[in-house]
Design a protein around this ligand. Structure first.
Ligand SMILES: NC(=O)c1ccc[n+]([C@@H]2O[C@H](COP(=O)([O-])OP(=O)(O)OC[C@H]3O[C@@H](n4cnc5c(N)ncnc54)[C@H](OP(=O)(O)O)[C@@H]3O)[C@@H](O)[C@H]2O)c1
Length: 338
């Protein structure tokens, strides 16, 4: 099969299309013939950052959609939808060859075939193409986990998401809007801000020309989903009202921040965060089950719309990642594979 490999740490030129043996699905896995793969910022970090991911050559790609062509041995032998294979990971007999799925991966998505844990596969939402569904797993799982499960965001509260026009931000805005939660966003251009508002943001603020703290100081934010860290952290903490939650999923403005500890105590603020990629199969499968129960019905009702900004053939993964690094995109970038 053809696959894109990160051959060394470096610029987009280290991404190479190579002939590679087709993976064999292990116990509890299914083999997917990939139709499309979603791009995520993490794929770029895997290529550029020495402290991020494995150093040896690897195939990037955290999410795909396609058709199951083979079911791994233990998964095929299992009888129940919630039974466990010997490694402790949930497996499922619900999938069979010919089923179309989207899947959350730990890597390997930039390829014609990928083996995925059965529990990390979800059905394609009605009315969504495979290319569109390939944009769902990483963003929906991350937003559901961090804003709703960990952050406890609920109706009656106010939500702020930074990077509103990113894959993550655009998903967060749409999900919050669908659940009747007023959502505020920041983004780096006026065009991005208006786009966030068209997705359902009550207000989006251009953080490059306006101070989002003074613009939002009268709102009273309950949950911040934050990709920024750095100098935004003190502002985020000052915007939170009592029992507010600040949830980090990255620190694109800096890993270090100053924190006003007395304010945390006075306001009973919670600071937390997480990284989805390193979590184990059992965790991701449980998250998939909750996403299918809670979010898939919302998608069926039109809560999310596909937001594909650009599509590239698999061989042009370097150009696709180059576009992502410019941050010029709105929403998602997709690789057409199959
Ligand atoms: N922890 C986890 O489990 C997890 C999982 C998935 C994603 N993430 C993180 O979530 C973020 C979004 O991911 P994605 O795949 O959706 O990426 P993406 O579409 O490439 O979006 C990244 C966004 O970051 C914004 N940005 C870049 N530098 C910034 C800065 N200095 N200050 C403020 N905003 C800045 C850019 O928008 P502007 O033009 O508006 O600046 C861009 O839209 C990434 O940081 C990613 O690492 C974390």
């Amino acid at each position: 099969m053809k696959a894109i490999w990160i051959t060394a740490k470096g610029g987009p030129e280290v991404l190479e299309l190579r002939d590679t043996p087709r993976p064999v699905p292990a116990a509890g896995e299914v083999l997917i013939a990939v139709k499309a793969a979603g791009l995520n910022r993490s794929d770029v970090y895997s290529r550029t950052s020495k402290s991020y991911g494995k150093d040896q050559p690897m195939i990037p790609g955290l999410e795909v959609a396609g058709t199951i062509v083979e079911v791994g041995p233990a998964a095929a032998a299992e009888s129940g939808p919630t039974s466990k294979n010997p490694s402790g990971s949930p497996t499922s007999s619900r999938w069979k060859p010919g089923d179309q799925v989207c899947a959350l991966l730990t890597g390997g998505g930039y390829a014609e075939y990928v083996a995925a844990p059965a529990g990390q596969c979800l059905p394609i939402p009605a009315g969504w193409s495979l290319e569109e569904a390939a944009t769902l797993p990483e963003t929906v799982f991350t937003v559901w986990l961090n804003a709703f499960q960990t952050g406890g965001l609920k109706r009656g509260e106010h939500f702020l998401v930074h990077g509103g026009s990113s894959g993550i931000g655009s998903t967060a805005i749409q999900l919050a809007k669908a659940l009747g939660i007023p959502v505020y966003a920041t983004a780096g251009t006026e065009e991005k801000c208006r786009w966030c508002e068209s997705l359902g943001a009550t207000r989006a603020i251009n953080y490059k020309t306006q101070d989002f703290e003074s613009e939002l100081k009268d709102i009273g934010i309950d949950v911040v989903l934050d990709i920024t860290g750095g100098d935004f952290t003190p502002k985020n903490l000052r915007l939170l009202r009592e029992d507010g939650r600040l949830v980090f999923i990255n620190a694109m403005r800096g890993a270090q921040s100053t924190i006003d500890i007395p304010r945390i105590m006075q306001m009973r603020l919670v600071i937390t965060g997480s990284m989805l990629k390193p979590r184990d199969i059992a965790f991701k499968s449980a998250l998939a089950a909750d996403v299918e129960k809670q979010v898939w019905p919302l998608i069926a009702k039109g809560a999310l719309r596909p937001l594909i900004f650009a599509r590239f053939p698999l061989s042009q993964a370097p150009q696709a990642q180059q576009l992502m690094e410019t941050s010029a995109h709105l929403g998602k970038i997709v690789l057409d594979v199959g």
